[in-house]
Each structure stands twice: as structure tokens, then as C-alpha cells.
Ligand binder design. Structure first.
Ligand code: FAD
Length: 477
């Protein structure tokens, strides 16, 4: 093994510098600086090159992490990039927003007692360096094939599938109802986690490689699924989940109570320079307001931190479990706390007060009771513990469900689960409809970017097999 590795014994874990919270609150720029080259080399050299790399095993795209850390430690960055992009279509995006503490870094064997290798930050460094040096090239295929595939949805799942299908020479058409490529990468996730030009340059790379994007094209409105099936040889559905979960509480219909994604989309659009009347009117803008966000997932964390940056007077997050049991990334919770967000743990909303406009959330204290069948302790209300949290903007971040895709796509035969997610074979990703595949959140339910990428890459393999068979049969007949 290279003498350059195994430095975790003498070298402390170090993340790239994080900007001061007081500075972060003033803008929407990413909060971490880039590693200085010598720091990236140093931090990569902490990898122990263990026999069974659990970081790789627990990475949804099975990134060959030990090898690209070794190459980085040896200063062989172009090779490190080649290796890293061979398993991941969007490595610099995963480097920025994967919950590494729950995936690769959380599985690092030196974690116990020594702190894990900073895998995400090195991944970001490798790919950003590759972009700077012009090593990232469009995937121009060697041979052009006649068959075409339609991908519905230009989020990370659709982008990964498009990348892989185009590489193989197929004619790739991506249809999206939004006006930009990226799905939640652009309109959900705020730019302090992922700056938008990082997504834009990937979209341009795909277009430069020959992927055709049909934007502002909503399947269901502008074409039915069967119309697309007539036009293309295979279909990949990657439409994500967008129906906001709601709670029916007294006082719910009042002004100032808004769904999280409407709020985040308005903020992202504003940052991109779009006209956003609901932002300018104050309806979807936290400036000068007392804000309460209800929920404890990644979306809630993005809302509270957006509200801080918009100049909210105060920002509170109401969550019915405690810090240890929240679904959102602990790293993002810590960032939110540093930026001045107050967490009201173990509390759930009971009603909204107000006279047409919300003035407070009526909440109740909870305690964690016995565990349910999943092993998670169930929150239970503490009788007589109700209290008011004053606010003039309440944001509901309670998760997302799928839309009714069979009705929307005018395809009642498309099989969906009882939750409305599309049923696809876990290996081939094929649905019950011949030549129609489905990937990402619309199959898994609200999940992670890296899982959507994995699905997109897996689907590309199955779609290729399917199209090859179809081509062979067509020749034979
Ligand atoms: C606020 C927020 C923060 C998040 N933060 C993180 C994070 O930090 N890290 C992480 O890993 N994950 C995060 N996630 C989850 C992650 O964004 C998703 O798991 C991922 O984007 C799913 O990818 P996808 O391609 O399946 O769907 P999406 O990204 O949702 O893309 C679906 C695309 O399909 C399009 N579409 C939908 N219906 C139609 C139609 N009928 N016709 C045409 N186009 C259509 C949509 O316009 C969209 O562009 C976050 C999610 C949210 C909401």
C-alpha cells in the first residue's frame, strides 16, 4: 500500500472552512469553502484503505471511494475524477448534498475514535477541479443509434438516466414541466446547500452531448403517456413526488400558512432572477416576520435557514420528536442552530390562531412513548401542556406524496402502490407496462438525490437490454 495513506493516526479530521454564521445569514451562497489543494491531499491520505470498504458498500452508487482517495493523496487528480465519475453522473452534487454522515462517512471504519475521512468534501474538490481544468467533457457517443427514449422528469434521476442512455448512442428526449433542468436540485434545495450554476453546467453538458430537453412540457397536459409511447421506443418516468402532506387543524385556511415547497420554490426562483409576485407581495417571503416551521426533515431545515436569510425577525422549528430522533441530517440541524434557529423539540401543532391571518400556532408538548413496529418511539401528547407560539408566517414541511400518476398520464393500467408510488421491478425498473420504466422518488417515495441517480443508472442498463432485444426482433421479422 502507498505510504501516503493511513494518516488518520496522526492527522486530525478537517473539513474545508465553514463561513461564520453571522456572514452566512446575509446571503444564499454555499457555506463551505473549497479545500486548498494541499488540504485535500492531506485529508484524503487519512483513509485506512481497509479490506472491506464500508464507505463504498453503504454508498448507494457504490463509489470506489478508497481508490479515488488514494489517487487524490498521490496528486493524481485527473484519474481520481475519471474513477469517481464512472459510478456517479453528478459527483459534485453528491459531494455537496449527500447526507454523508448517514452514508459513506457514517460507515468509515476509522470513525470510531478517530473521526471519518471527509469523503464528501474530497469528492466535491475532485470534481470542481475537473471542471476548472476542462476534464469534464460531454458524453458524445461513438455510434448514433436510431432508437429513442423519452425521459419524463429532468431531476437527478432523469439527468442520470439521460447521461447513461446518451453515452450508449440512443436519441434521448427529456420532458419536464418546469422551465429549467434539475427538478428539486433547482427549485427545492436552496443555493446555500447547492449553488444553481453547479446544476446548470451539468444541464448544459447533457445538451452539448446531444440530449434534447423539452421544457415547459407537462405530460398529462401536453401529451398523454400513450402518445409518448407511440413516439419513442422506451419511456423512463422520473417525475418525483410533489403533493404536500397536510394536517387538518382548526384555523388551517388562514393567510400566512403556506406549504414548504411553494415557499422554497419562490425563494429559489427569486435567487435565479425570476419574477415572483407571491414573494414580492410578502405572501411567500419571511422578511421581518416571526416564522414557525412545522416538521423535522431536510425540507424543514431548508425552510428555517431560508427564512433566516430572508431577514425573519425570529425563526422557530416545531418538531414532535427530539433532536436525536429527527429525520433531517444532523449536520444541517447544527448549521441551522448556528444561524440562530430555535428548535422547539417534542411539540406538535394543534391549531392555528388568527382572524383570517395567522397570529400563532397552538402547540402541545409531547413525550416519546413505547416503540412501534419499526422500532421508533411514538410521540404522545402530554395532557394540559398546550402553549402558543406567536407567528405571522407558518410553513408546513410535513413531507410529500405522489400525485395520481395513472389519472394524470391518462393511463389507468399503470400499476401503483397503495401510497400512489409507481410499482417498478426493483432490478429492471420496468413497470407493468411494456417498455415503460420508473425511477427515483416516484418509485421510492421522498428519498435522496443519490438514490435517484442510482436508479437512473440502473434503468439505463435495463432499457439498453430492452431496446437491443427490440432491435434484434425487428431485424428478424
Ligand atoms: C426541500 C428539499 C430538500 C432536499 N434536500 C436534499 C438533500 O440535501 N440531499 C438529498 O440527497 N436529497 C434531498 N432532497 C431529496 C431530493 O431532492 C430528491 O430525493 C430527488 O430530487 C429526487 O429526484 P427525482 O429525479 O426522482 O425527482 P425530482 O428531483 O423531484 O424531479 C422530478 C422532475 O419531474 C418533473 N415532472 C413532474 N411531473 C411531471 C409531468 N407530469 N410532466 C413533466 N415533468 C414532470 C418535475 O418538474 C421535476 O423536474 C430534498 C428534497 C426537498 C424537497
Amino acid at each position: 500500500m502507498s505510504k501516503k495513506m493511513l494518516k488518520f493516526v496522526t492527522l486530525e479530521k478537517q473539513m474545508p472552512a465553514k463561513r461564520e454564521a453571522s456572514e452566512r445569514r446575509e446571503d444564499f451562497n454555499e457555506i463551505y469553502d473549497e479545500f486548498a489543494p494541499e488540504k485535500a491531499v492531506e485529508q484524503a491520505s487519512r483513509c485506512s484503505q481497509c479490506g472491506i470498504p464500508f464507505c463504498q458498500v453503504h454508498c448507494p452508487v457504490q463509489n470506489n471511494i478508497p481508490d479515488w482517495l488514494n489517487l487524490t493523496a498521490s496528486g493524481r487528480l485527473e484519474e481520481a475524477y475519471e474513477l469517481s465519475q464512472s459510478t456517479n453522473s453528478l459527483p459534485e452534487i453528491c459531494g455537496r448534498i449527500c447526507p454523508q454522515d448517514r452514508l459513506c462517512e457514517g460507515s468509515c471504519v476509522i470513525e470510531k475514535g478517530f473521526s471519518s475521512v471527509t469523503i464528501g468534501a474530497v469528492e466535491k474538490y475532485i470534481t470542481d477541479t475537473a471542471w476548472e481544468n476542462g476534464w469534464v467533457k460531454p458524453n458524445a457517443p461513438r455510434v448514433e443509434l436510431d432508437q429513442s427514449v423519452a425521459i419524463i422528469g429532468a431531476g437527478p434521476g432523469g439527468m442520470a438516466a439521460a447521461d447513461e442512455m446518451r453515452k450508449r448512442g440512443y436519441q434521448v428526449h427529456v420532458y419536464d414541466r418546469y422551465d429549467r433542468v434539475g427538478g428539486l436540485l433547482v427549485y427545492g434545495i436552496p443555493s446555500f446547500k447547492l449553488e444553481k450554476d453547479v446544476v446548470e453546467r451539468r444541464a448544459k453538458l447533457l445538451a452539448d452531448g446531444g440530449v434534447t430537453f423539452h421544457l415547459n412540457f407537462e405530460v398529462g397536459r401536453d401529451a398523454t403517456l400513450s402518445e409518448l409511447r407511440e413516439k419513442h421506443d422506451a419511456i423512463i418516468i422520473a417525475t418525483g413526488v410533489y403533493k404536500a402532506r397536510d394536517i387538518s387543524l382548526p384555523g388551517s385556511g388562514q393567510k400566512g400558512i403556506v406549504p414548504a415547497l411553494d415557499y422554497l420554490t419562490a425563494s429559489n426562483r427569486k435567487g435565479l432572477g425570476d419574477e415572483v409576485p407571491a414573494f414580492d407581495s410578502g405572501e411567500l417571503n419571511a422578511d421581518g416576520k416571526d416564522v414557525v416551521v412545522i416538521g423535522g426533515g431536510d425540507t424543514a431545515m431548508d425552510c428555517v435557514r431560508t427564512a433566516v436569510r430572508q431577514g425573519a425577525k425570529s425563526v422557530k422549528c416545531l418538531y414532535r420528536r427530539d433532536r436525536k430522533n429527527m429525520p433531517g441530517s444532523l449536520r444541517e440541524t447544527t448549521n441551522a442552530e448556528e444561524e440562530g434557529v430555535e428548535f422547539v423539540w417534542l411539540s406538535a401543532p394543534k391549531a392555528f390562531h388568527g382572524d383570517g391571518e395567522v397570529t400563532a400556532v397552538r402547540a402541545i408538548e409531547m413525550h416519546l412513548g413505547i416503540a412501534d413496529s419499526t422500532g421508533r418511539q411514538v410521540p404522545v401528547e402530554i395532557e394540559g401542556s398546550e402553549f402558543n407560539v406567536p407567528c405571522d408566517l407558518a410553513i408546513k414541511a410535513l413531507g410529500f406524496d405522489p400525485e395520481d400518476i395513472p389519472t394524470l398520464f391518462d393511463e389507468p393500467k399503470l400499476a401503483v402502490s397503495r401510497w400512489g408510488t409507481i410499482e417498478a421491478d426493483p432490478v429492471s425498473k420496468m413497470t407493468n407496462l411494456e417498455g415503460v420504466f420508473a425511477i427515483g422518488d416516484i418509485v421510492r417515495g421522498a428519498s435522496l438525490v443519490v438514490w435517484a441517480i442510482r436508479d437512473g443508472r440502473d434503468a439505463a442498463v435495463s432499457v439498453t437490454n430492452y431496446l437491443r432485444q427490440a432491435a434484434t426482433q425487428a431485424k428478424a421479422s
